[in-house]
Ligand binder design. Structure first.
Ligand SMILES: Nc1nc2c(ncn2[C@@H]2O[C@H](COP(=O)(O)OP(=O)(O)OP(=O)(O)O)[C@@H](O)[C@H]2O)c(=O)[nH]1
Ligand SMILES: [Mg+2]
Length: 366
């Protein structure tokens, strides 16, 4: 029997069971991609079979034992959900390059230096030593040359493993590196908006010393907003192109709602500014704070969508309180679906999906 792996997802190819991983109608020596990957690549079909954390655990423990260079990929837009502590504990004492992907969704005025210093501070806070930090866009190919140079210097005749949470863009990054550095023009490994696209380790020969890029299944992270909502909601949540900021002049007793995902209610003595950065398709609503609860009760899944109407009753929320002293512009982040830059002194009551990580940084824009 021929045992071949699908080049797109890493599953063992088989022609017996169409409902299982790696199915291909006719298996031969020439077979390269399973039907699932073929349809993802050529018809933009979303995968029905996805990896679970069983696949991730199986591969990551193996990767840690090897003496490879590790490229740890996080999503800048979902930083707290993807800078995963459990994963970091596994990567300690390895040679790690931290890559923050999806830079293209940020406005052009975003200061790369600010992001790098924020990320290096986050690494220092938990004593996580990395060899380098890179900001990239796999989708647009931004800063891929810089990353290539760092990999070349740090690799020392070893394989390069791409690890990280599901959906951060590990496979997209490998495709981007291949396109920038070879004559390849099409995607080699499969990518999709659904977490769990890569099913197994995939070896992609790349270096002249027979060493390779190795793609791996991602960790499915319960605090990623995508894992608590249905795929139909993704289109509205995930920014597909550069986010257009929405600026609001806020007076005491005003609230801003990010669809049905979060609401910020402001208390302030003076007029302040709040600039919302989120997917251009996400519904943003400004209202009086006294209306927020009524809107959550009557409009969740309708005007406030996502969540979809079908999933609205299952949504759980938490409430946080924060005081901003107004001395500098601060960003309030909702990992995976946006951030709000606030200028001015205020108290904010934040109501947000229970699983969402909320965090604060100095403003990265302007
Ligand atoms: N805007 C933007 N989207 C990106 C970028 N890189 C990847 N994506 C999108 O993010 C989604 C996930 O990309 P993948 O490459 O499949 O992510 P992955 O980390 O390999 O995911 P798993 O295989 O599920 O672990 C896809 O919809 C990609 O198009 C990027 O640089 N910018
Ligand atoms: Mg992948």
């Amino acid at each position: 029997m021929i045992e071949k792996k699908c080049k797109g997802c890493g599953a063992i190819l088989q022609d017996q069971n169409p409902e299982e991983k790696g199915f291909i109608p006719t298996l031969s020596k020439e077979s390269r991609y399973c039907k699932r990957c073929f349809r993802m690549m050529h018809y933009n079909e979303l995968p029905k079979i996805v990896a679970s954390n069983k696949e991730y655990e199986h591969v990551i423990d193996d990767v840690i034992k090897k003496n490879g260079l590790i490229v740890f990929v996080v999503d800048i837009f979902a930083f707290k959900a993807t800078f995963n502590k459990k994963m970091i504990d596994k990567l300690r004492n390895k040679n790690v390059i931290l890559v923050a992907n999806k830079y293209d969704v940020f406005p052009h005025s975003t200061n790369v230096e600010n992001i790098v210093s924020w990320l290096s501070h986050e690494c220092e806070k938990i004593f996580f030593k990395v060899d380098a930090i890179h900001i990239v866009s796999s989708k647009k190919g931004y800063f891929i040359e810089d990353l290539t140079r760092t990999i070349d210097l740090a690799r020392k005749e070893r394989d390069v493993y791409f690890v990280g949470c599901a959906n951060v863009g590990k496979s997209s990054l490998i495709n981007a590196l291949l396109k920038k550095n070879t004559s390849i023009t099409d995607d080699v490994v499969s990518t999709s908006v659904i977490p769990g696209t890569t099913l197994n380790e995939i070896r992609i020969p790349f270096f002249s010393d027979n060493k390779a890029f190795i793609d791996t299944p991602g960790l499915i992270n319960p605090s990623d907003v995508l894992n608590v909502l249905l795929p139909e909601s993704y289109k509205k949540i995930i920014p597909n192109n550069e986010m257009k900021p929405l600026t609001y002049q806020i007076t005491n007793g005003n609230s801003i709602m990010l669809a049905g995902l979060a609401a910020l209610s402001f208390t302030s003595h003076e007029k302040i500014s709040a600039i919302v950065y989120a997917s251009n398709d996400l519904y943003i609503h400004r209202c009086k704070t006294e209306r927020v609860e009524e809107l959550f009760k009557t409009q969740l899944g309708k005007l406030l969508n996502p969540p979809l109407e079908a999933e609205a009753s299952k949504m759980k929320y938490k409430t946080l309180f924060v005081h901003l002293d107004g001395k500098r512009k601060r960003d309030v982040w909702f990992s995976g679906f946006g951030f709000v830059s606030v200028i001015g002194e205020c108290d904010i009551e934040v109501k947000v999906l229970e699983s969402t990580e909320v965090y604060f940084t100095n403003a990265i824009i302007g």
